[in-house]
Design a protein around this ligand. Structure first.
Ligand SMILES: [Zn+2]
Ligand SMILES: [Zn+2]
Length: 399
């Protein structure tokens, strides 16, 4: 079966590349994935699948029923692009200025379409059903696109038992698949922090309350949460990304607004964060005569890989893609991923698909969310083989 999948992945790789170029050149922002969804629906309909459109926004779902009854496995790809100006210089670069597929979701969508082609040809051998889930709005933290699809019933009719997904990953070379048991990606929350002080002449700070100085203390103080409150064997990040305040070089600021992000790996640690941040911000501000308010917006939960699926993938990947192709990373990544909403509902597994050309040094490889991000298209057959093998392997084992 894996041999057949390999041959079919090779057969459909040119189509996948074509779809990828089409999607890449017409990127669409979160919640605007109209054309991408139309292309997806057209391909799935052409394959004779049961297709549902507008699931949780522009989401598209295709159902492939195998020849025999069995479980239902989901395969998920995301479809949205980012508000960035592309600088790849590729012949199929974005035609929409200021919008770019810099996270590789164009490749995920194209590879999942290719997987649908592969599995459609293997229908007679499939024991159960495969649901192809094309999801909008992954980049729309804290809302995301997965919750809308779940609300619109993507996990039912038929009931989905497990879901696999992949994300292109320039940290690994083409031909490698990286996944682990438990946390794969972190929780990603947003932080809005306002410090209040009192204006005065810069030459007479004792007559005012210096909001900028308080903000500086608060930024430093927040780092003690990570270093002194979270256990050393646990993980967390608190980063302030913007800081705005002040009027003029010789006026003390009475208001400073900051925004940041908080990343954690465990739900318990994530739950503790709002109170800890408020305590630090208010404590520092009040001790210096000012005050602080904190708005904490919970975003994506951690993406957790089901141990049972990881055990299965440990057998499938070497057998299907080859010995040595599976990498088990020591630690998760603290990037957020809204596949996590699915992982709260069902057994799920996300893998990182190596997409750095073999031999190319990491220092010369643009990373995700970089304006020059350009994954090696040689990874597409591996992505299709991974998804198709996981689907067949799961259904075969459980059906
Ligand atoms: Zn992204
Ligand atoms: Zn992404």
């Amino acid at each position: 079966m894996y041999k057949k999948i390999e041959e079919l992945a090779k057969k459909y790789a040119p189509s996948v590349t074509e779809w990828r170029h089409a999607i890449h050149s017409c990127p669409e922002l979160s919640e605007q994935e109209e054309k991408t969804a139309a292309l997806v629906a057209e391909v799935l309909t052409g394959l004779g699948l049961d297709v549902r459109k507008n699931v949780g926004g522009h989401g598209v779902v295709g159902l492939l029923k195998g020849a025999q009854d069995g479980k239902t496995v989901g395969l998920r790809a995301d479809m949205d692009a980012l508000p960035m100006l592309e600088e790849t210089g590729l012949p199929f670069a974005s035609k929409t200025s200021g919008v770019m597929h810099a996270c590789g979701h164009d490749t995920h969508t194209a590879m999942l379409l290719g997987t649908a082609c592969v599995l459609s040809e293997l229908k007679a051998d499939i024991k159960g059903s495969v649901k192809f889930i094309f999801q909008p709005a992954e980049e729309l933290n804290p809302t995301g696109g997965a919750p809308g699809m779940i609300k619109d019933g993507v996990l039912e009719n038929p009931h989905v038992d497990a879901i696999f997904a992949l994300h292109v990953w320039p940290g690994f070379e083409t031909g490698k698949v990286a996944t682990r048991s438990g946390a794969q990606m972190g929780a990603s929350d947003r932080l809005f922090l306002t410090v209040s002080g009192k204006t005065a002449h810069g030459s007479a700070p004792h007559q005012g309350i210096d909001g900028i100085m308080i903000a500086a203390q608060v930024v430093g103080g927040l780092q003690t949460i990570v270093s002194r409150t979270v256990a050393p064997v646990d993980s967390a990040v608190v980063s302030i990304g913007t800081i705005k305040g002040g009027y003029r070089y010789n006026v003390l600021a009475d208001k400073v607004e900051m925004e940041g992000t908080v990343r954690t790996l465990r739900a318990e640690t994530q739950d503790k964060m709002p109170a800890l941040i408020e305590k630090i911000a208010k404590g520092y501000a009040q001790s210096l005569g000012g005050d602080a308010t904190v708005k904490y917006v919970k975003g994506y939960p951690p993406t957790i890989n089901a141990p049972e699926l990881f055990e299965l993938v440990k057998e499938i990947v070497p057998a299907s893609i080859g010995e040595g192709s599976l990498i088990v990373p020591d630690s998760p990544d603290l990037g957020g991923e809204d596949f996590s909403f699915f992982s709260r509902e069902r057994d799920c597994l996300m893998a990182w698909l190596g997409c750095r050309s073999v031999g190319q040094p990491m220092s010369e490889t643009p990373v995700l969310h970089n304006t020059k991000f350009n994954p090696d298209e040689g990874c597409f057959p591996y992505g299709m083989r991974f998804l198709a093998s996981c689907a067949v392997g799961y259904l075969g084992k459980r059906g």
